[in-house]
Design a protein around this ligand. Sequence first.
Ligand code: FSX
Ligand code: SF4
Ligand code: F3S
Length: 313
Amino acid sequence: MEKERSFYQRLKEKGVSRRDFMKYCTALTATMGLSSSFVPGVAEVFAAPAQRPPVVWLHFAECTGCSESLLRSQYPYIDELVLEVLSVEYHETIMAAAGHQAEEQLQNAIKKYEGKFICIVEGGVGTKYNGGYGKVGGRSFLEIAKDVCPKAAAVIAYGTCATFGGIQAAAPNPGGYKGVGEAIGIKPLQIPGCPPNPINLVGTVVNYLLLGKLPELDDMGRPLFAFGNTIHDKCPRRSHFENEEFVEEFGSEEAAMGYCLYKMGCRGPETYNNCPTAKFNDGTSWPVEAGHPCIGCSQPNFWDTMTPFYEEM
Ligand code: FSX
Ligand code: SF4
Ligand code: F3S
């Protein structure tokens, strides 16, 4: 009770009302595919966490957009929520330590929490030349991944770079970049997207803390609650050529179809992600709603198989 009171007090100091917070929990619960009866439980995971799993967050080849999308854009207080439920032991972007001190922190964390920590990986891993195409603290990404990931209780590959290789794996891929699973032969839980939607990571973690298990996954290791449908399946622009009223309003099926971005190269029909329902930036909008075709950023081999952008497949 005391814990909960101080949590709401801290949110209030950040200008976030209990109502805003409940709105977020409701959206999160719906995204996780749970009924609304779970909303109070979800709120409690944040407000009075029973446990805070230690997290080691690794950065490999990427743009840090995955961390940025999590820490900045969605809700002004998402950082509070994340730091409330997770005990982040190592994260190069947000940690105060630097240099040798930071590396020491990583070693200490994996020793202290061996078999217990969650390892979140952001970025692709170079596999050619013994991983020589990318290093942190004098060690290659490949060496770090091989050292840290097997010691974790669970590995979450976060973003298209960590899941499928991403932009650095685009042809001609001189560094032999791959997703972390393929690079070191493990099967991580995968949350692709460039950037991924932070609600899918938070939903995965909350699912684990609330129900004591990871969400159901597809054969690529992606949570079904987020990647069970294509963009096209839930796209509101589809309604314009499938809904008689719209067709009537536009004058013909062809004219109504013009509202769809397929001819501008939309990859929605072959891209699995929940952007149309989860949206970005506090549920404000998402690419197709903002008038931009989906470029397939969460698919395997995004970049090569999705380019040239803006051309019909
Ligand atoms: Fe990749 Fe994440 Fe795209 Fe960027 O770190 S998925 S380039 S948004 O930031 O890995
Ligand atoms: Fe499908 Fe894209 Fe058209 Fe939406 S805009 S209906 S996702 S092709
Ligand atoms: Fe990416 Fe397409 Fe969503 S480009 S952000 S999967 S709409």
